[in-house]
Design a protein around this ligand. Structure first.
Ligand code: NAI
Ligand code: MG
Length: 399
């Protein structure tokens, strides 16, 4: 096995501890790598006025693959107040380094798998026809377009005249908003491009093909959002027909999908959506398999830059506990996605099996798995610490 160089971006708060424990799990599973640490997050905003320094971008451009913990973001005004004194009044404006990474490297594909671990007490259950309890096995992977759509940042409040006049040329704008004073109007756009739409669709179909899913579900709203969702739907139909005829294309609307996922989540496999709907639906599915302690993700670009991270944030309220109590599984699973991506599938399989064994056995559970509220005394009450959970996974790997 070739020794890899991985950029480790711990970030803030619990991002640091989950990444550290995950690297121990990777070592135990025999993954050989040098980890070079990159600076990102709140500390660097406060000290340098930039939460995503150029040196970090250079590091990722060079080594291409990163494991990322989590960062803290705060509203603009609070961010300005926490800047070190010599940096104040220089007009620096805080913006999220994750969004910055996404934009800088065009990490346009976001993948969020949500797979049930048998024995996880947080698994979704429902009542069956005979009145008994059913625990459907969820195995969904959400492919979310990560750079465009409603999160593309093209927006205005009280738009300048040129923009306003352009909107007034649209009959619907004129009819519905033409009599509203310009100062009272806010506009956020939802722009899809063909190239990016094609890439996310293809990634979803390829995943279905590689892992033998029988269908790809496009989850948008083409009957109402006719231009963007409509374009995506037409492109999906064409791609399925011409390139993936053996995979079924299903089409659901985002609102109905949010209902279906709590009725029959086991029916869905690969799901593909634009940015906002993909974000919503992946959180919905993550809730069915245990929530933030289990939700992993990957973001990648066309030219081979890839960042693997848990979906959760820096959970500042737990960051300073003497013994860390948070669940490292979401980060460990994100690292497994990295291993799949760089073709180290034997190691990812080994780690996933170890995690599955720990969860199924049920002896070692972090506070979230015990449905406790997160306080320092959860350890006394029998919850495992972050470190103990990693140790349990390592023990299974070594068995
Ligand atoms: P959060 O995900 O940090 O925490 C929300 C709650 O989820 C926690 O209080 C905790 O109860 C639970 N939780 C999160 N991770 C967990 C884990 N590994 N194990 C067990 N329980 C866990 O979201 P929140 O509180 O909304 O945001 C905190 C900070 O994180 C903010 O500054 C926010 O901007 C940032 N954030 C960063 C993200 C990232 O780095 N990708 C994503 C989301 C939020
Ligand atoms: Mg989200």
């Amino acid at each position: 096995m070739k020794k890899r160089t991985i950029v480790a971006l711990p970030g803030d708060g619990i991002g640091r501890v989950v990444l550290e424990e995950t690297i121990r799990v990777l070592d135990a599973a025999g993954f050989e790598a040098d980890y070079v640490e990159g600076d990102i997050g709140w500390e660097f905003w406060k000290k340098e006025g930039n939460p995503l320094p150029q040196r970090t971008l250079d590091l990722l451009a060079k080594h291409k693959i990163a494991l990322f913990g989590a960062i803290t973001s705060k509203p603009k005004d609070e961010a300005a107040e926490e800047l070190s004194t010599e940096l104040r009044d220089k007009g620096l404006i805080y913006s999220s380094p994750i969004v910055g990474l996404r934009q800088h490297f065009n990490l346009d594909i976001c993948i969020r798998p949500c797979k049930t671990y048998v024995g996880n007490p947080l698994n979704f259950i429902r009542r069956g026809a005979d009145g008994g309890i059913e625990e459907p096995e969820v195995d969904a992977v959400i492919y979310r377009q990560n750079t465009e759509g409603l999160y593309g940042g093209v927006e205005w409040s009280n738009p300048d005249k040129q923009v306003y006049d352009a909107f007034m040329t649209h009959p619907k704008f004129k009819k519905n908003f033409g009599s509203v004073p310009k100062e009272e109007i806010s506009i956020s756009t939802r722009i899809f491009s063909k190239g990016a739409t094609e890439r996310i669709l293809r990634a979803a179909f390829e995943h279905a093909k590689e892992y033998s899913y029988k269908s790809v579900t496009l989850c948008e709203k083409p009957n109402v959002v006719r231009e963007t969702s409509g374009m995506m739907y037409k492109m999906a139909l064409k791609m399925q027909k011409e390139e993936y005829p053996s995979i079924e294309l299903w089409n659901t609307n985002i609102d109905a999908q949010m209902m279906w996922l709590t009725k029959n989540p086991e029916n869905y496999g690969v799901i593909v959506a634009g940015n906002l709907f993909g974000d919503i639906i992946s959180d919905g599915f993550a809730g069915l398999i245990g929530g933030l302690g289990f939700a992993c993700s990957a973001q990648m670009s066309a030219d081979g830059i890839a960042v693997f991270e848990p979906t959760h944030g820096s959970a500042p309220k737990y960051a300073d506990f003497k013994t860390s109590i948070v669940n490292p599984i979401a980060m460990v699973e994100s690292a497994c996605m990295m291993l799949d991506y760089i073709d180290e599938k034997a190691i990812s399989t080994k780690i996933r099996r170890a995690v599955a064994d720990v969860v199924a056995e049920g002896k070692v559970r972090t506070y979230d798995m015990m449905k406790m509220s997160g306080r320092p005394d959860v350890i006394e009450k029998g919850a495992a610490s972050t470190h103990q959970m990693a140790e349990a996974i390592i023990a299974k790997i070594n068995q």
